[in-house]
Design a protein around this ligand. Sequence first.
Ligand code: FES
Length: 104
Amino acid sequence: MPSITYIQPNGKALTINAPVGQSLMQSAVDGGVEGILGTCGGGCSCGTCHVQIADEWMGRVGRAHCMEKEVLALVDYLAPNSRLSCQIRMTDDLDGLVVSVPGD
Ligand code: FES
């Protein structure tokens, strides 16, 4: 099962194994990652699943799509590598992915 490492707002890393096809948001919520709420349940409308992708992974994860960009425009800590984690599905190719959860 592929793994994701979340760098939480408190600076602590949390690595979670996630089934292929599951969203990063759901993995984070299930795993108790600090700062990921997933309030809209993955509907791409709340922005409470904002993550920043480590630079070396941007090529594989890809950039936000049109509707996702509209929601991202409303979040704090917006950066060029920002994504909504509910819009990223785990694949074997993303095994070892590192993302940061922005926040204080
Ligand atoms: S869970 Fe609401 S936008 Fe991702």
